[in-house]
Design a protein around this ligand. Structure first.
Ligand code: ATP
Length: 434
């Protein structure tokens, strides 16, 4: 299977099973926005919940949910108004626009005409809108291009309210918007996406140590989601690649079907952000260390991940095509803890009281586990649907169930079938889902 095929198959499975739909599809779609369907939204929620719990359950991290719209001065101070730009060129023949650094050959990638591009001009990636009823420049605001700034401008509020001491962090999950010139690769690069960002405030001089710590923590966290270690790597930014605010930066990369690409960044942002906001707002954003009787602007270590990109990592990593007893099967081998549905319940046949019994088992289980009841089609088809959906366990009620109150539980990955007493199902599943 070629890598292009894999992406196509993944997009098609995501639509078929209700993970991801194209936005506004009945109107022909909006290319750079995707909607999460019934299973997609559950997977996304499981990922975000896991991140949130693992961050905010720490005694040294607090949560925050700042607004998407912020005072426009925030984006002047952060450097986004001036510098959040990509060089844009336009093909003079077909009028398609590209990021200048994406034009590698001497031909337009769309129409094939040679060397007919406009001079690059800097294009700001922030979406603009107006606040209030008057559409004038004074009322212009931006849709945030990152969640981080909401954390920086609330640094003192959180510090004072939570009575934390440095070192401590603030975590936030929320939407961000970037008017990317060339979005693409499904949910990899979109114009509307979600970020999970944590900003860790430290004493200057301890930043390198904390940077190493968080880089390692985040890589281990990715592995704890079941992502194959050989598909993960850390890449340090070169001096040329470093953003204006960063002293040091690493990307956590995954080997996507279209190559190694970043899906989370760990950055040592120094005192750049708080320093810039202090200067522009005229408000002191310093920390006072009582025990040392010292005042300073903290350094910030940032871990910044995209929820949607992580979703693509999880889906691509879990996708398998196998042959079982001469038949092809497609399976999403998602970690049971993350899988949207944990269990499906089937009657082997639609008679002899089996549907009623399986319905009852389903009703008993669904308050504890996201579950699905399926009576339609052959048993093989029902298994295949659940394999594609990534459901780790399938329970089948059969003739023997009527005699001894046991069912078969089929494991999605090993295909092993266990005979389990109906009364013990809940414990059996809980133990295996973890
Ligand atoms: P890239 O180089 O791919 O544009 P970036 O270096 O600009 O990404 P950051 O600003 O560090 O990315 O953003 C942190 C994370 O937010 C990224 O690792 C990614 O997971 C996510 N992200 C950024 N831009 C997008 C986008 N357009 N669509 C989906 N996720 C995004």
């Amino acid at each position: 299977m070629s890598n292009n095929d894999l992406m196509e198959k993944l997009v098609s499975l995501c639509k078929r099973r209700g993970y991801v739909f194209q936005s506004s599809e009945v109107y022909g779609g909006l290319g750079s926005v995707w909607d999460y369907g019934p299973l997609g939204v559950e997977l996304k929620r499981n990922v975000k919940d896991r991140w949130w719990r693992d961050m905010v359950s720490r005694p040294d991290i607090e949560g925050l949910d700042a607004g998407i719209l912020m005072h426009p001065e925030v984006w002047v101070a952060s450097g986004h108004v001036e510098g959040f730009t990509d060089p844009l060129v336009e093909c003079k023949n077909c009028h398609r626009r590209f990021r200048a650094d994406e034009i590698t050959g001497d031909q337009c990638p769309i129409c094939g005409v040679k060397h007919e591009f406009t001079e690059p001009r800097m294009f700001n990636l922030m979406f603009k809108t107006f606040m209030g009823p008057v559409e004038e420049e004074a009322a212009q605001v931006y849709l945030r291009p990152e969640t981080a700034q909401g954390i920086y401008v609330n640094f003192l509020n959180v510090l004072n309210a939570s009575r934390q001491k440095i070192p401590f962090g603030i975590a936030q999950i929320g939407k961000a918007f970037r008017n990317e010139i060339t979005p693409g690769n499904f949910i990899f690069r979109t114009r509307e996406f979600e970020q999970m960002e944590m900003q860790f405030f430290v004493k200057p001089g301890t930043d390198t140590e904390w940077f190493d710590y968080w880089r390692n923590e985040r890589l281990e966290w990715m592995k704890s989601l079941g992502i194959r270690a050989e598909k993960l790597r850390l890449e340090q930014h070169t001096r040329e690649e470093l953003a204006h605010y960063a002293y040091d930066a690493y990307d956590i990369q995954y080997e996507f079907p279209f190559g190694w690409q970043e899906f989370e960044g760990i950055h040592n942002r120094t005192d750049y952000d708080l320093g810039a906001h202090q200067k522009r707002s005229g408000k002191k954003l310093e920390y006072f260390d009582q025990s040392a009787n010292e005042r300073y602007i903290p350094y910030i270590i940032e871990t910044s991940g995209g929820v949607d990109r992580l979703m693509l990592v999880l889906l691509a990593d879990a996708y398998r095509e196998e042959e079982v007893e001469g038949e092809a099967r497609v399976v999403l081998s998602l970690q049971p803890k993350l899988a949207p549905l944990k269990v499906a319940v089937f009657p082997l046949v639609k008679k002899d009281g089996m549907p009623e019994l399986s319905q009852k088992i389903y009703d008993d289980l669904r308050s504890r586990f996201p579950a699905f009841h399926d009576e339609s089609g052959s048993i093989g088809r029902r298994y295949r649907r659940q394999d594609e959906a990534g459901t780790p366990f399938c329970i089948t009620v059969d003739g023997q169930t009527l005699e001894d109150e046991t069912v078969t539980v089929r494991d999605r990955d090993t295909l092993a079938q266990d005979r389990v007493a109906v009364g013990k199902l809940s414990g059996y599943l809980a133990e295996r889902i973890g």
